[in-house]
Design a protein around this ligand. Structure first.
Ligand SMILES: [Zn+2]
Length: 75
């Protein structure tokens, strides 16, 4: 999973190609598992792991490049 920091929140790009917004401090996620079932989902876990181990994209240019390649197929 790819995690991009966006101010106080994180944008998670799942392997299935979905995009969710995560706030690990609440914690909250915009995915169905969290919104409907109230479960702490794999996206929240992914953000926590990356917060601990590194690998979060914080650079705006890099974030745009990653999002474009995921959705448009641009390199
Ligand atoms: Zn989620």
């Amino acid at each position: 999973m790819i995690v991009i920091r966006l101010r106080d929140s994180y944008v998670v790009l799942s392997q299935a190609g979905h995009v969710y917004v995560v706030d690990p401090s609440i914690p909250a996620c915009s995915c169905p598992a969290f919104v409907i079932e109230g479960k702490e989902c794999k996206h929240i876990k992914a953000v926590r792991i990356k917060l601990a181990e590194g690998g979060i994209i914080e650079d705006e240019e890099e974030a745009l490049r990653v999002l474009k390649s995921a959705f448009i197929g641009e390199q």
